[in-house]
Write a protein that binds this ligand. Sequence first.
Ligand code: FAS
Ligand code: PHB
Length: 411
Amino acid sequence: MRTQVAIIGAGPSGLLLGQLLQRAGIDNVIVERHSAEHVLGRIRAGVLEQVTVDVLDAAGVGQRMHAEGLVHEGFDLLFQGQRHRIDLKHLTGGKTVLVYGQTEVTRDLMAARRASGLRTIYEAADVAIHDFDGPQPCVTYTQDGQSHRLQADYIAGCDGFHGVCRASVPRSAITEYEKVYPFGWLGLLSDTPPVHHELIYVNSPRGFALCSMRSRTRSRYYLQVPLSHTVEQWSDQAFWDELRRRLDPAAADTLVTGPALEKSIAPLRSFVSEPMRFGRLLLAGDAAHIVPPTGAKGLNLAASDVRFLADALIEHYHERSDAGLNAYSQRCLQRIWRAERFSWWFTHLMHRFPQQDAIAEKLQEAELDYLVHSEAGARTLAENYVGLPLDFGAPRGQAAPPAPAAALLAR
Ligand code: FAS
Ligand code: PHB
């Protein structure tokens, strides 16, 4: 079998890249180790930046997102028992975020891929990548006991943090930066109306909590828990009782509880691998970086990687130029490190760290107090939360990045 681009992983990165390339007439095959149902069953991100919305529109999968997604113009910070609204729209000159779950994004991308007729190989075992430092890379895998080989011009490593692609790069060719946080997020999904019409980020003496949502009838809540905890030790009732203890009285009194549709504990880490290109292998999304979910950046960073990668591959095939491929790693990493810094800062601001001493708690409260009383302070939080522009930090006068090539071609 042969294709132009072999994509490893059918999560949002792989599916979005496949769709952008297909719309530009570039053949691609996705090789995924799990079933589509398994991929859809993972409950993850909930908040989309405008940059991500634009890329999904360029991929032709924006219809349901715009119909069902919830435009959010702000969120609340809750600390010392008081709620303070961060007015994103006012502080950023009109920008907002869209609440639309990663599961739905993935579902929309899967539907578009089925309609495109492109090949997606699910439940592929023993996936391995070869010769990506030469002109003829290939992917091997087994399925139904048969061995298969997929020749390609390029391999896109969209296989997440635990994937095979980054692991296949010689250690001497890659640098990894990592910080593991001493707590996890216990998440619960329920068919109950959200406790508030916007998100509430909580810094309480008992730890962090987040009140989020997937729709006006489906809620997503998180509690900071010690790394030693397992999901089995948290009954639904225990979850709701602890969430109430971390909320202000008004929210605690109006919280609607119900059975968990899903409950899981996610570890928190900051992770970046550099560079992101190794010959004809290019990494995108969680395969190259991880952020603590506090700043809602994981899925959004994956989308901007994919936009840069699709633009570069389209430029290679349509304009016979490798400028985009040569600049890919540097363009992604500049945006990645800014999101890593914001996610690290927001995580430190909102969580209680084990052995956190009294002064650390007072300094946290002082920073929160400053943020909610200073327009300048709140603006730094808001502009990072809605997502920095793609050309942020470009030398003055340098043109904004071109519209996604796929979007131009789609017109
Ligand atoms: P993904 O990990 O989503 O997808 C990678 C795909 O590659 C998977 O389908 C996997 O099965 C496949 N794969 C792996 N190894 C393979 C192999 N050897 N061969 C073939 N296929 C292989 N982000 C937020 O913004 N907010 C959140 O609240 C949030 N919560 C999260 C909770 C958890 C538990 C995790 C793990 C992540 C969370 N994230 C969150 C981040 C998440 O949304 C990611 O940023 C997003 O899934 C990135 O998408 P991908 O890069 O496609 O990686
Ligand atoms: C979510 O809804 O899953 C979510 C929202 C905002 C975050 C993290 C997770 O910062």
